[in-house]
Design a protein. Structure first.
Length: 169
């Protein structure tokens, strides 16, 4: 995969990270999404102003870009973020099918500043019932029937990666 890094886009992400914390809206994390050398989405952490723990810079920027493109997928786009993505943002990056991720600060550097997501990464490797917040599968035939009905209509799932995708090994 080609490297399309442009330091000007990271500089904009850094500017957004400063806006986030200096305005009191969120933590110092900024993000820019670029397609073909043009910014198509941007955002910064807004967890405080939105009272929403999912309002991370990457999530805000992905939402902005998807809205502007009127599409769930951001194929061919690069994301510039000031912090290595947390597990939630990592998932959103894959769901939106971004091309490249460029981050300025590693998770180790983030931990130094007090942003430590390592416990979530660790929890993902545990069986649901052993996690700090236990996950319980409660089988329900009616809920499964809804899945069966949906499947029978042959609607696309918008899965970003399928077994037929060109995955890197």
């Amino acid at each position: 995969m080609e490297n399309t890094y442009n330091p000007l886009f990271m500089q904009r992400a850094i500017e957004l990270s400063e806006i986030a914390y200096k305005s009191g809206k969120g933590l110092p994390i900024g993000c820019v999404i670029v397609r073909d050398g043009t910014v198509i989405g941007e955002g910064h952490n807004e967890i405080f102003i939105r009272k929403n723990p999912t309002a991370h810079g990457e999530m805000v920027a992905i939402e902005d870009a998807c809205r502007k493109l009127n599409d769930l997928q951001l194929e061919g786009c690069d994301i510039y973020t000031t912090l290595e993505p947390c597990p939630m943002c990592f998932g959103a990056i894959y769901w939106s099918k971004l091309k490249n991720v460029y981050f300025a600060n590693s998770r180790e550097e983030a931990s130094y500043a007090g942003f430590d997501d390592s416990f979530i990464f660790d929890q993902l490797h545990l069986k649901g019932s052993k996690q700090r917040i236990p996950m319980h599968h409660v089988k329900n035939e009616i809920a499964f029937k809804v899945l069966e009905n949906w499947k029978s209509e042959n609607l696309p799932a918008s899965q970003p990666w399928t077994n037929n995708s060109n995955d890197k090994n």
